[in-house]
Design a protein around this ligand. Sequence first.
Ligand SMILES: Nc1ncnc2c1ncn2[C@@H]1O[C@H](COP(=O)(O)OP(=O)(O)OP(=O)(O)O)[C@@H](O)[C@H]1O
Ligand SMILES: [Mg+2]
Length: 238
Amino acid sequence: MLERSPLLKVEHLEVTYKHRLQRKIIIQDVSFELYPGEIVAMTGKSGAGKSIISHALVGLLDKGLSVTKGQILFEGKSIMHLNEKQFENLRRENIAIMIQHSLNGLDPIRLVKKQMLETIRQRKRGSNKELVPLLLYLLTQVGFKEPEQILEAYPYELSGGMRQRVLLAMMLSLQPKILIADEPTTALDVVNREKVLRLFKQLQRNLGLTVLLISHDENSVAKYADRVFHLNEGGVPI
Ligand SMILES: Nc1ncnc2c1ncn2[C@@H]1O[C@H](COP(=O)(O)OP(=O)(O)OP(=O)(O)O)[C@@H](O)[C@H]1O
Ligand SMILES: [Mg+2]
């Protein structure tokens, strides 16, 4: 087999919550790797620490939470001590994240086109005329048959599943090396859940996308992931 190096390597990660004299370890000794082109699912019960880990990877930990041990390497380089600006660049250029509950991440009353243009411009210069064809292409990649109509729609006019796919297209417009999707399907009904999961598989095949797929629904992600990594209460002994 070809020798490959991981895109992302997490070693012995520990995240601690500190507030005044209070100190609590939330994530303990978590290690995993993500290789190019893989879909790796992170599963675990509610409260196990899946979202906290994803936030730690891209510099989005809430106040009071910090990485206290371990190492996070992206393309072999440590990303542990990036400043805010550097983390912003990392999220824009390399590791895009779909935050849990971010169905609300789309503004319901601003045209999809406006919001998508704003996002793609973080990565690419160009007039509307140059960028719109790219957006249409991305919308077809996430399964829309009539992408023009979607561009001219307001998110409030779309179903939850459609909004989730628009959000995914928006993320793809950043051309990330890794996409972290935190519970992308929990707000959806069973049919749309399967549809979105199948979509990740297709994007992996078509675009070589690498995905960290976070879900507490072990059974359904197991069908689509190359590997499943189960988080046991943040690795913290109970
Ligand atoms: N901002 C915060 N400050 C302190 N503790 C937090 C904070 N956010 C989460 N926690 C705690 O960290 C633990 C892990 O939470 P996290 O949100 O990562 O779980 P999760 O695995 O994503 O759960 P779910 O499946 O419900 O999304 C929980 O015990 C939670 O109470
Ligand atoms: Mg979560």
